[in-house]
Each structure stands twice: as C-alpha cells, then as structure tokens.
Design a binder for this molecule. Structure first.
Ligand SMILES: Nc1ncnc2c1ncn2[C@@H]1O[C@H](COP(=O)(O)OP(=O)(O)OP(=O)(O)O)[C@@H](O)[C@H]1O
Length: 324
C-alpha cells in the first residue's frame, strides 16, 4: 500500500535570471514498510524534491502535480496543517544533521519544545521517552542534559535522528545523512534506520543519497533522478545488477571498486556535466552526455517504459510502450 503517492510533481525556484526547473514532472510512490532510495548526481533535484514535501518557501514554488500522503495532498496543506503533521506523521533528518540542532538549547529542551508544540503536556513522560531513545541509538542518558556543541559530530548526528523520530513519524526522510560520515559511522547510521523500522517507530523511509553503493545496503527500491526527471525506478537489486537507463549504467560504472560492483570494468566518471536547469534542453535531458544518443532523443521526451517486474525507465532505446 502506498503511504505517499507523488504524481507529476513540479517544483521550481524563481530566480532573477529565470525559473530553475529543479523537479520537473516526477512520479513515484513510497509504500508502507519500505526504504525508498532516491539517487543521482549533485544538483539533480533530490533535496528539492524531499524538502518540498515538508515546507515550500520562496524562492521554491510548487508549479504542478500532487503529493498524496495519507489521503491529503501535501502541496495544498496550510502552514498550520503542515506544522501539525511534521514530526508526528512526516519528519526529515536534514542534510547537515550534525548542525541541525539549536546550539543554544539542551537536547531535553529542544525535545520538550517540540513535544509541547504537538500537544504533549507531561514533561517527565517526554524526558523518559527521550532517554529510552538515546539508549536505543547508544547514547548516554546524560546527553539529554547537554548542549549540541558538547557532542561529537557522530553523537550529534544520532541525537538529531532521535529528535526527528521521537514522535514516531509514519514517513521519515533521510537527506544525505551519511555523506559527511566515515564508513564505520555510515554503517551505524544505516543500522539505526533499519532499527527504527523494525521497532515500528517509523513505517517507511525515503533515503536520499548521491552514493548508489549505499542504497544497496539500505533501500528496497530506488529512483534515479537526472536533471529534475526520473530516469529509472525499480527494485534496488535489479537497478544495480541489471540497470536499463544509460545514465544508471554510467553512475554504477563510476563507483569505486569496493562495495558493490557493476560488471568488472575500469572506473570512469560520467563524461560531461549536468545540464543547466534554467534552460534544460528539449527531448531527453540526458542526451548531451549519453553515449547512445539518437536524433529522436534531442526532440522527444522519452516515455516511461516497463522494463521488468516493478521496474521502469525513461529512454528511447527501450522502445515506446508508455506505462501507466
Ligand atoms: N534556493 C535556490 N535557488 C535557486 N536554485 C536553487 C536553490 N536551491 C537549489 N537550487 C537549484 O536546484 C537544482 C536542484 O538542487 P538540489 O539541491 O535539489 O539537488 P541535489 O540533487 O539535492 O544536490 P545536492 O546533493 O548537491 O544537494 C540545482 O540546479 C540547484 O542549483
């Protein structure tokens, strides 16, 4: 069952030189009980996409499409309605989680402010819950009485994870939460996210990363974004072992040899640079870098084609049967 259904979502930034089409017609769903990965190079619109689900502030504007979450369109919620569901139904661990906590407040005060805003009245009960959750992420209960600056980077990261999940949100968004961490700490964070799911603290997770190798360890399904559009979506194992889109193949080939391996080839980056989202080209957005480019790619946007069970990609090489 879908917890979140995003349909043809378009999120732009209004800038003095024109509109940046950061998310330009993206469709996907996040099912109950799954970790859904979103991957792609820096600047492809990952952060814009997930942040637009929580809060849209200028210059970010919602231009079209829907995001139905538990029966309501997140794009039409008032600020008050959005504030109510934040932390309790939909929560985000931000990209710079290590620095996300208010430095002037103790962890227990940050948590109390948050809980009180959502109708909690018993401070002892909230602090008891905080200590339980700190123990769950292997932090001492003393952390509750500390200021964020007194914690190391890794401890702050875990404290932020506790704050983001304290009120048991159905959907947790983890935006590049592992990118600033060493490999060992990355593993701990991924284990904790799994733990939150196993304990029923969260029902589903959207895990955003530029690092496809990480998704192999955490995600059930993956969506690959390129320049604000969906290139490919499907079960993680299939995307990694049998990618359909030329961009996904190149992304996998650019991975270091440690971790997952896609065929035994020499490591090389993707030629060229991501395109400008101010004036994206017509047709397929990847054609300027694609090794298989055809005339058609420059003019016609590729339809989304079913390439396997629950697996879809948008590329002219794959034929023309548009999916639903
Ligand atoms: N406040 C803003 N004003 C104008 N353009 C923006 C703004 N924020 C992001 N963008 C642009 O939107 C596009 C998508 O950026 P976004 O941060 O969503 O990508 P990303 O895939 O999350 O990249 P990264 O991993 O580097 O954060 C980029 O072209 C970026 O320059």
């Amino acid at each position: 069952m879908a917890l979140l259904s995003v349909e043809n979502l378009r999120i732009y930034y209004n800038t003095p030189v024109g509109q940046v089409k950061a998310v330009d017609g993206v469709t996907f769903e996040v099912r109950e009980g799954e970790v859904f990965g979103i991957a792609g190079e820096s600047g492809c619109g990952k952060s814009t996409l997930v942040h637009s689900l929580i809060l849209r502030k200028p210059p970010m504007v919602h231009v079209g499409g829907k995001a139905i979450f538990k029966g309501r369109d997140l794009m039409t919620l008032s600020e008050e309605e959005a504030r109510k569901i934040r932390y309790t139904e939909l929560s985000i661990i931000p990209q710079y989680a290590m620095n996300a906590l208010n430095p002037t407040k103790k962890i227990k005060d940050i948590v109390w402010d948050l809980a009180r805003e959502h109708g909690y009245r018993d401070r002892d009960e909230v602090e008891k819950l905080l200590r339980e959750r700190l123990a769950m992420v292997k932090l001492s209960p003393k952390v509750a009485d500390m200021y964020p600056v007194e914690l190391s980077g890794g401890m702050r990261q875990r404290a932020t994870m506790v704050v983001s999940t304290l009120l048991n949100p159905d959907l947790l968004i983890a935006d590049e939460v592992t990118s600033a961490l060493d490999v060992t700490t990355q593993r701990v964070v991924i284990e904790l996210l799994h733990h939150f799911m196993e304990e029923g603290i969260v029902k589903s997770i959207i895990f955003v990363t530029h690092d496809l190798a990480l998704l192999d360890k955490i995600a059930d399904r993956v969506m690959i974004l390129y320049a604000g559009k969906m290139a490919e979506i499907g079960p993680t194992e299939e995307i990694i072992n049998d990618p359909a889109h030329p961009y996904t193949k190149l992304l996998l080939e650019s991975l270091p040899k440690m971790g997952i391996q896609y065929k035994k080839k020499k490591l090389h980056g993707i030629p060229g640079y991501p395109i400008s989202l101010l004036n994206p080209p017509s047709g397929c957005r990847f054609y300027t870098r694609c090794p298989h480019v055809m005339e058609r790619c420059k003019e016609e946007e590729p339809p989304v084609v079913k390439v396997g069970d629950d697996h879809y990609a948008a590329c002219h090489l794959l034929g023309g049967d548009s999916s639903e």
